[in-house]
Design a protein around this ligand. Sequence first.
Ligand SMILES: NC(=O)c1ccc[n+]([C@@H]2O[C@H](COP(=O)([O-])OP(=O)(O)OC[C@H]3O[C@@H](n4cnc5c(N)ncnc54)[C@H](OP(=O)(O)O)[C@@H]3O)[C@@H](O)[C@H]2O)c1
Length: 357
Amino acid sequence: MTDFLVKRDDLRQCRLAESAVPEIEPGQALLRVDGFGLTANNVTYAVMGEAMSYWDFFPAAEGWGRVPMWGFAEVERSEADGVEPGTRLYGYLPPSSHLVVTAVDADPSGFVDGSPHRKALPSAYHRYLATGSDRFYRADTEEIQMLLRPLFFTSFLIDDQLDDEGLTGRGPIVLSSASSKTAIAAAFLLAQRQGVELIGLTSPRSAEFVAGLGIYGRTVAYDAIDSLPREAATFVDLSGDGAVRRAVHSHFGDELVHSMAVGVTHWEQLGSGGGELPGPRPTFFFAPTRVTKRAGDWGRAGLEQRVGGAWHPFCEWTGSWLEPLRGEGFEAVRDAYLDVLEGRVAPRTAHVISLPG
Ligand SMILES: NC(=O)c1ccc[n+]([C@@H]2O[C@H](COP(=O)([O-])OP(=O)(O)OC[C@H]3O[C@@H](n4cnc5c(N)ncnc54)[C@H](OP(=O)(O)O)[C@@H]3O)[C@@H](O)[C@H]2O)c1
């Protein structure tokens, strides 16, 4: 078994570790990890590893962590009722060759990992979906699913919450890190709503790409926030950059209707721009919390039906610009991780890794 490990207190340090493939006990299954996407979202899992318990999903040697990924795995061996070897699954995976799960609630659609160490963690991460009955699945879009599916799910929930709270009709929606896949997916959905004005804030290097997407009404560089009209607006912050957040709050002041803190793509600027902010207090958006709310309102199947319905047109649209950067094996995992950590990935590209068995 191979694991890709990151030093928890120094995210630039990483290494590969080899060990014996684990034995399984009754009720368990051994999954062979087949591949996953790797974007800033995964780096955020590492950045927030301690604060939000992301290191607890896939425990590792003392002081080291396994950064969670989203991708496909295959059941290699099973001692769990209803989990058949050979089944292909989509779900939350470690950057490892194998994962042992304790399969509960197994049925033809998949199962939940009921491993004791995962019990206290958000349930939205625990389900493994068999590709045979997964409404998101199409064999020819596996790469896009690995890269964009969790981000799109979040974006669907952002779009839904903004509309639910009446924020799509109260001035422009300003998204930072507008070139991130999560922002792009949110903008794609918001742009379909009548009368919504979208402003994409981004770095100069990404501005041309963002403008070319055709979903933001305006593209503005971080150092030109002052050029925006001072009016009622909503801020959706994917950057987590204290200086950007301060600039937006200072510019709009009390006109800012809502400030939604979604991501930390600028992870090294997380603590910058401190002190009291003008305007509303930023509210943390956490997709699993919103999943629980909407699963309660619509039922789990109702939520998946809605997100699945919106997913396929988005998936097709990304084909017009997204260029997957394909890598194979654990050296590629390390290279991709460091590329994303250091912000070296051009926005029209994204790393997708396969791990040959
Ligand atoms: N709260 C939630 O529930 C939730 C759920 C899903 C995702 N998210 C968050 O959404 C964010 C976006 O994730 P993603 O996977 O969509 O990102 P992504 O597509 O990998 O985009 C990365 C973008 O971040 C900026 N960036 C990356 N590295 C940088 C660096 N070192 N210095 C400066 N800028 C850098 C660039 O945007 P600009 O140049 O445009 O700034 C870049 O295009 C992540 O923080 C993720 O955790 C949150």
